[in-house]
Design a protein around this ligand. Structure first.
Ligand code: PHE
Length: 469
């Protein structure tokens, strides 16, 4: 690359100027929120909360967001802004400038690998949402019993051809935007659709309040019962914090590289974390009253929202309309996240391999799509196939479960751990102070967190889970 000998700060300004910056702080918040808010908030948060017993799990998750997720998000945005390139090249620029060990580009590489793996199954779940638009719009949900709604869902899972069709459509949507270059239109779409999704969630919460089980759902979500919390539950909470905030795979680094210098990294990161957490908690409040009112199982697994929300839409006035709208908006939320999963891979192919954007998108998208077929088959023909079942904690996990487990609970926290070490121990403290421009006590709080708290917490959860009893 031509800039390989350019001084770091020169490369920084030069390249940012060439790539164009976000139009404003709001634009960055919108793009980062578009990445963060997705299936993780509405599909995954409720079902992992249900599987892990509720309140105590939610508390650990909130702690992980505030004490680990937020500081790491700040570190990622900071590294991206300082580097001014795609993640792999930003890291290379920083390594060159600060004369660090070249192996640090591994952080960007983790992002590329995690992006492939996550998008492959993410698109399959996105496909479920696509399928439910038709189900809701055709009025099939109206007045149905919990059993009938359950059957609609299991019929979908049992039909690989239909799943493949929706997975293909979802992946096509993601590729379309990435091939055209991400930012055109994305900001505007998020600024309209995200508030709309929020509003619809509020409507469902409003309905859920009338079911009579709202109090029970509140207790379930917010009254910690630590006897229900397991060590693996703590790992899931930590992993989910990374997943839901799009951390540990350099997405925020990529977006941070477009952030203008004068914007506060702390304030924007806090905004993204608060919005993301707010959407997840609202989804929980929408779903659990319906679970309890209909005698469903909170630990039902990945199908939870597809077995509960349709019940609500089937019973509330104008349910077909609201249901259709809801699933359309869910697709948009998943779409903007899917784009952010594919984007780092495509940028990397462009910059490293000199491929053009369309070819990179087609190539990377095709690999994710093909990998997604394994997840589709895990739901039906291969549902009993647990390739790593001989390892205690992976017992009974299908390929789909393994992809989810390995990316969210291992790869992302590992990526985050490396980011924390890089920011806390390797890069110069002065550079950090300069980028963050916080008051002294706030800076110290952040610094101590990335230097000690994050590495120790992530390390402890890892050791305990992976090597413990
Ligand atoms: N944060 C997204 C969600 O919650 C998923 C995601 C993870 C996106 C990692 C990008 C990177 O749905």
């Amino acid at each position: 690359m031509s800039e390989s000998n350019a001084p770091y700060s020169g490369a920084l300004e030069g390249s940012n100027a060439k790539r164009g910056l976000w139009s404003s702080r709001l634009a960055f918040i919108l793009a980062a929120t578009g990445s963060a808010v997705g299936l993780g908030n509405i599909w995954k948060f409720p079902y992992v909360t249900g599987e892990n017993g509720g309140g105590a799990f939610v508390l650990v998750y909130l702690l992980c967001i505030a004490a680990i997720g937020l500081p790491i998000m700040m570190a990622e945005v900071l590294i991206g802004r300082r580097g001014g390139h795609s993640p792999v090249n930003s890291l290379k620029a920083i390594v060159r400038h600060d004369k660090l060990n070249p192996a640090w580009w591994i952080v960007g590489a983790i992002g590329v690998v995690a992006g492939f793996l996550i998008l492959s199954f993410y698109s399959v779940i996105g496909g479920w949402a696509v399928s439910y638009v038709g189900t809701a719009a055709s009025g099939q949900l109206t007045g149905q019993s919990a059993d009938a709604i359950g059957t609609i869902f299991s019929d979908l899972l049992g039909d690989p051809a239909t799943l493949l069709m929706w997975h293909t459509l979802f992946m096509g949507l993601v590729m379309l935007v990435v091939a055209k270059g991400v930012r055109s239109g994305l900001e505007r779409a998020v600024s309209i659709l995200m508030p709309a999704l929020f509003l619809l969630l509020l409507i469902v919460v409003g309905y859920a309040m009338t079911t009579g089980e709202f109090g029970r759902a509140m207790t379930f979500l917010f009254q910690p019962d630590f006897s229900k919390l397991t060590t693996s539950g703590i790992l899931v909470a930590l992993g989910h914090a990374f997943f839901t905030l799009s951390l540990g795979m350099a997405v925020m680094m990529a977006y941070g590289s477009y952030l203008p210098k004068n914007v506060s990294i702390a304030k924007t990161s806090i905004a993204v974390c608060v919005i993301d957490t707010g959407v997840a908690l609202l989804a929980g409040l929408a779903i659990f009253p319906i679970v309890f009112a209909n005698g469903l199982e909170p630990g039902a697994g990945p199908g939870l929202i597809f077995q509960t929300l349709p019940l609500a839409f089937g019973q509330m006035p104008m349910g077909s309309l609201f249901g259709t709208l809801f699933f359309v908006l869910l697709i948009f939320a998943a779409w903007t996240s899917g784009i952010s999963l594919l984007e780092p891979i495509v940028e990397w192919l462009e910059e490293q391999k000199g491929m053009n954007r369309t070819i990179s998108t087609l190539g990377a998208g095709f690999v994710c799509w093909a990998l997604g077929i394994a997840s589709i088959l895990s739901l039906n023909l291969w549902s009993d196939f647990a390739p790593l079942g001989w390892i205690g904690m992976l017992e009974g996990k299908t390929i789909f479960d393994l992809l989810d487990f390995f990316t969210a609970n291992i790869l992302l926290p590992l990526g985050g751990l490396l980011v924390a070490i890089l920011a806390g121990w390797v890069m110069s403290r002065k550079a950090m102070e300069e980028e963050l421009s916080l008051s002294e006590p706030m800076f110290r709080l952040w610094y101590v967190t990335v230097r000690y708290i994050t590495p120790v917490a992530v390390g402890a959860v890892f050791v305990y889970n992976l090597f413990g009893s």
